[in-house]
Design a protein around this ligand. Structure first.
Ligand SMILES: Cc1ncc(COP(=O)(O)O)c(C=O)c1O
Length: 421
């Protein structure tokens, strides 16, 4: 069975990380500054959430200030905004490009707006220039959230944003099982964040050691035969493997959220991140992009199914959100075809604050409710993409049936599809 995600972490990376846990001497996060390539100033910390929290601390915006946020994000980013007494104002995104238009951004600006936070979602890339122009006109800070969009260090690209945030958490591209790097236009701000970050306690080597062991196990079970065995065993125990997987890869959960993010990365984490950045060459992303394009064309030509982000400037399909009428039916059909797919992921809709001029982000809601996130990674082939496409088509109800919840929709999986498991 194909697992929903494979970690972008080799056994050699794990071995290197384990060796670093035994190494004597301390390595500062600023070690990454010598490796990170960008014309702006790098700042390294434990996670994007850690750095974003530090950024809001450094900016010290008046309470009640508004931050315009892409309407789809992760809960943690909203928790941080709230903690600083600020208000998140959603700006809806376009289903085809996954980008908010500059006009939409401008329409939600009020005299309380101080910052614009735009996320590149699901591996897609947005042209930020029109939004940057609006930000400049209104003297707002533009922060770009690239947590789902690392495809190489930013040197040589347009530096439209004041701050770009890259995450190297467990399920991210080029993961070091943690760590984040920010590219910051203003040097004084980068130095200020570094000073604030130094005041946090360091995470221990033993914590990182345990993390490496945990993800070695998760990596081991993410191969086709071991994943099938794992799912079978969990089912035998009467447990929901879906819930278990989500829980085991969720970072910084629970009531200790701020205590957990306000930490410095351990030395072995910094060393592993340095190795990942030095060795990154984008080859596997190119293969992933090719497979994603193939699947997107196939779905669109054969059944008219659309993919959120199909018209993005660039897309390496970190995940592949196919829009369907009946997500539960498609999930079931995929499972029958030997494919584990996720729904909703860990993203949330940014709710409109009461009495605000911004409307409800309907496109974002539709993307989240109607998407099934298909797995897409090496060593999948075009044949696997055919299996995925057929399972989506087979599992999806016609629109009317899905909206009226007609039970007559039958989800059978042809035998030929089950062969790719
Ligand atoms: C859109 C988005 N923003 C921010 C983050 C947070 O990144 P980190 O795990 O490094 O805190 C994530 C993590 O998945 C994300 O998907």
């Amino acid at each position: 069975m194909w697992a929903r995600k494979r970690f972008d972490l080799s056994w050699l990376d794990i071995g290197y990380g384990l060796l670093q846990c035994a190494r004597i001497g301390s390595v500062d996060p600023s070690h990454i500054n010598q490796i990170w390539k960008d014309s702006r100033h790098p700042f390294t910390c434990l996670s994007v959430r850690t750095g974003f929290d530090l950024l809001l601390k450094a900016l010290d915006l008046p309470r009640g200030s508004e931050i315009i946020v892409s309407a789809l994000t992760i809960e943690g980013m909203l928790t941080i905004i709230e903690e600083h007494g600020l208000v998140a104002v959603p700006v809806d995104i376009d289903t085809a490009t996954l980008a908010p238009t500059a006009e939409r951004v401008e329409s939600v600006i009020t005299d309380k707006t101080r910052l614009i936070l735009i996320a590149h979602l699901f591996g897609s890339y947005i042209n930020l220039e029109p939004i940057a122009k609006v930000a400049r006109q209104h003297q707002l800070l533009l922060v770009e959230d690239c947590a789902q969009q690392f495809d190489g260090m930013p040197e040589g690209r347009q530096d439209a944003a004041d701050i770009s945030m890259y995450s190297f958490g467990p399920i991210k591209t080029a993961t070091a099982l943690g760590g984040a790097v920010f590219s910051i236009a203003r040097k004084e701000l980068a130095l200020q964040l570094e000073e604030l970050e130094k005041q946090y306690p360091k995470r221990s080597r033993s914590f990182f050691f345990k993390r490496l062991i945990k993800y070695s196990f998760l990596k081991f079970i993410s191969y086709k035969p071991t994943f099938a065995a794992f799912v079978g065993m969990i089912k035998l125990c009467g447990k929901d493997y879906n819930k278990l997987l989500k829980k085991s890869t969720r970072g910084f959960s629970g009531s200790d959220f701020f205590k957990l993010i306000r930490r410095r990365p351990s030395s072995p984490l910094v060393m592993l991140l340095a190795r990942k950045l030095r060795r990154f060459n984008g080859k596997s992303l190119a293969a992933q992009r090719k497979l994603g394009d193939y699947l997107r064309t196939r779905l669109s030509e054969q059944s008219g199914h659309r993919v959120a982000g199909s018209d993005a400037l660039n897309n390496h399909y970190w995940v592949f959100p196919v829009l369907v009428n009946d997500p539960a039916g498609v999930e079931l059909s995929l499972r029958g075809a030997g494919v584990d797919a996720d729904r909703r992921g860990s993203m949330v809709i940014v709710k409109s604050p009461a009495d605000h001029i911004c409307g409800y982000p309907e496109n974002a809601e539709q993307i989240l409710s109607n998407s099934v996130f298909l797995p897409l990674y090496k060593p999948m082939t075009e044949q696997t993409m055919d299996t995925l496409a057929a399972a989506v088509m087979n599992g999806d109800c016609p629109e009317e049936a899905a909206t009226t919840h007609v039970d007559a929709c039958v989800h059978s999986v042809p035998e030929s599809l089950a062969q790719d498991t």
